[in-house]
Design a protein around this ligand. Structure first.
Ligand code: PGA
Length: 254
């Protein structure tokens, strides 16, 4: 069975002082089958590690540079993230693809670098509003996943997570319909199955992201092919994230 993953992506929010305040106000009763993850800014990683070590809650990063070390001013290597205790690293969030012009190939190299360094990549994929309207959602997902397939000579034996985040649903308050998200998640699983085989495709966790809140999480995680959620805005609010995690736990107990 695939474990549920509830992942908060803080984006460029929370100083170290604000991180302390957030965790001072955040309470959760962890459920063994539901992972809770905070992907925080680089500058918050060590304080987050200090606060979360021994709690069972995981922490991770929002980006990485796909090289071990060297002359890459301003960048952070996979090993630096590993040293900071990261379990997961988000790769290719749409904000980086759009604002920083990261290509599918560059994102795929990040996924491989994270994987090779013993952490779990969370690959973000998803179509723009224009692509959706033009009926090009599947085509876009094919391109984004194909770039990843090219990086692996063999099907992966360790974990990779894929987050389906329709770009028009991010930060807009207008989530995809759960049924549509399930249809896309199933399609992504089929793409993986064709390339890496059925067994691998059944192991890979697929998340949904885009305007998730406590009042809609249940309808997403009860879908067969959706194994959790990547949460932006709601993950900055301790009470709201607490409620989201609670609702995810109820699903697991049913
Ligand atoms: P949102 O962001 O939950 O604020 O829509 C999701 C994301 O960007 O991962």
């Amino acid at each position: 069975m695939r474990r549920t993953l509830i992942a908060a992506n803080w984006k460029m929010n929370h100083t170290v002082a604000e991180t302390n305040v957030f965790f001072g106000n955040f309470t959760v009763s962890l459920h063994t089958d539901i992972e809770l993850l905070f992907c925080v800014p680089f500058t918050d990683l060590y304080q987050t590690k200090h606060i979360l070590k021994d709690t069972g809650i995981k922490w991770g990063a929002q980006n990485v540079f796909p090289a071990p070390k060297g002359a890459y001013t301003g960048e952070i290597s996979p090993y630096m993230l590993k040293e900071a205790g990261c379990t997961y690293v988000i790769c290719g969030h749409s904000e980086r693809r759009q604002i920083l012009k990261e290509s599918d190939e560059f994102v795929a190299k990040k996924v491989k670098a994270v994987y090779d360094n013993g952490m779990i990549p969370i690959l973000c994929v998803g179509e723009t509003e224009a692509e959706r309207k033009a009926g090009k959602t599947k085509e876009r997902l094919q391109e984004e996943t194909q770039a990843i397939f090219l990086q692996f000579e063999e099907p992966p034996t360790k974990e990779i997570v894929i987050a389906y985040e329709p770009i028009w649903a991010i930060g807009t308050g207008e989530a995809s319909s759960p049924e549509k998200a399930e249809e896309v998640a199933l399609y992504i699983r089929e793409l993986i199955s064709t390339e890496w085989g059925k067994e691998t495709s059944q192991k890979i966790r697929i998340l949904y992201g885009g305007s998730i809140q406590s009042n809609n999480i249940s309808s997403f995680i009860t879908q067969k092919n959706i194994d959790g959620c990547l949460i932006g805005g709601a993950g900055l609010k301790p009470n709201e994230l607490h409620k989201i995690y609670q609702k995810a736990s109820i699903k697991e107990e049913e």
